[in-house]
Design a protein around this ligand. Structure first.
Ligand code: HEC
Ligand code: HEC
Ligand code: HEC
Ligand code: HEC
Length: 284
């Protein structure tokens, strides 16, 4: 009797999860990064860097991931984030080997709006936002328009922004050479019900936050959980928005859905259910 009940409960749990999985999307996963038709080559130029893309800059832009946008106006610029507390000096060349080259400089090549040419940007989000956003669909995509100071109101990022284990705010995880292992009792429980999708960069053997930590420029609206994913969610396809690397669907019709909050809790452990004595898991 008890066993049947357990089986039923387990099955119910899976039905709940299954409902969270979405049918395979019918739209192109590159979404906004189809770049209004230019495609992959807007970012990766198959030949001669930016000049192969008909743009100014030099062939050396292609030394790293065949980059095809001119980022040279950003080289060596200092930006401060997180209320001005975190200072980031952008790499002085694309050949620098720090994680802020492919993880930050690349994005700012189009999304800066201040020093960089902004490419084909229209400065407003491409996806349809739900009514929970105030001024829908006019959310800007250029992060800076008023000089280096305009990053002050952005989430902390750069080589000095480290994700830590332990302490009053961190997970009960362990960090070895800048790689985070969510192996503690609470962090394991969180990974089982959501996952640890973020991709931190490694700098001075510390895990650091860059744009690609939270965003995957290759998939706007879908996250695939496979057998080897660092997530206990059943394998399948989950909805996301804004190229975020983890399930993040503010369009979810369930008003009790907490998946967007779970996204932030991947790093902000002190704000999680697990670290605050609640047994609640992820609700889609
Ligand atoms: C909006 C810009 C952008 C577009 C468009 C884009 N990429 Fe990328 N790509 C990047 C960035 C940025 C990285 C580096 C990611 C990182 O370091 O985490 C990258 C990395 C790569 C890599 C090397 C690392 C990896 O993830 O395998 C390959 C290969 C690649 N992209 C292929 C493609 C292909 C093929 C397309 C088109 C289907 C494409 N990219 C479209 C920005 C873009
Ligand atoms: C070649 C130019 C280019 C590069 C490089 C680029 N983007 Fe974009 N991105 C775009 C365009 C174009 C849009 C559509 C919105 C617009 O026109 O303003 C967009 C939109 C977005 C959006 C909003 C999507 C939505 O929900 O509507 C996000 C988030 C984003 N980009 C993140 C990134 C990140 C992170 C990187 C670096 C890994 C990056 N982009 C690099 C061109 C670029
Ligand atoms: C700590 C995680 C994190 C980092 C780091 C991060 N983003 Fe985002 N970004 C988000 C989230 C979450 C959203 C969606 C916000 C929402 O729901 O409206 C977002 C939204 C965006 C948007 C859509 C417009 C907007 O303002 O909502 C753009 C464009 C964007 N990010 C670009 C970038 C670029 C470029 C970088 C690096 C310079 C970056 N992001 C770094 C988490 C991050
Ligand atoms: C990849 C890890 C990561 C993710 C994901 C993340 N954060 Fe953070 N956040 C950090 C780090 C690291 C700091 C720097 C301060 C610290 O050490 O706690 C920070 C700082 C902050 C701060 C304080 C900023 C200040 O000015 O002091 C706020 C607020 C914040 N995050 C909110 C969010 C929200 C909201 C989300 C989800 C949309 C989010 N974070 C997702 C890592 C992350």
């Amino acid at each position: 009797m008890k066993r049947t009940l357990t089986v039923v409960l387990v099955l119910l749990a899976f039905v709940g999860f299954a409902a969270a999985q979405i049918a395979q999307p019918s739209t192109d996963v590159l979404g906004a990064h189809l770049n209004y038709g230019r495609g992959c080559a807007a970012c990766h130029s198959p030949h001669i860097g930016t000049s192969g893309n008909g743009k100014s800059g030099s062939a050396s832009s292609g030394y790293t991931i065949l980059w095809g946008e001119d980022m040279s106006p950003l080289y060596g610029k200092t930006i401060t984030t997180g209320g001005g507390k975190y200072v980031e000096v952008l790499p002085s060349s694309i050949s620098a080997t720090t994680p802020d080259v492919s993880g930050m400089l690349t994005c700012l090549g189009c999304h800066d709006g201040n020093f960089a040419p902004a490419a084909m940007m229209r400065n407003k989000v491409y996806e349809n936002l739900p009514a929970t956003y105030g001024n829908r669909n006019s959310v800007p995509t250029l992060l800076a328009t008023t000089g280096t100071q305009s990053y002050v109101s952005d989430h902390p990022m750069g080589l000095n922004v480290t994700v830590s284990c332990g302490g009053s705010a961190g997970w009960d995880c362990t960090e070895v050479n800048g790689m985070i292992n969510m192996g503690g009792a609470a962090s394991r429980r969180f990974v089982t019900s959501y996952g640890f999708f973020v991709k931190t960069g490694v700098y001075n053997n510390r895990a650091v936050v860059v744009c690609t930590t939270c965003h995957n420029p290759h998939s706007m609206n879908v996250v695939t959980v496979g057998r080897n994913s660092n997530s206990g969610l059943p394998a399948g396809t989950y909805a996301t928005m804004f190229f975020l690397r983890a399930p993040y669907n503010p369009n979810d019709t369930n008003p009790m859905s907490n998946q967007t909050a779970q996204f932030c809790r991947q790093c902000h452990a002190d704000k999680s259910n697990e670290m605050n004595g609640s047994t609640a898991g992820t609700t889609f």
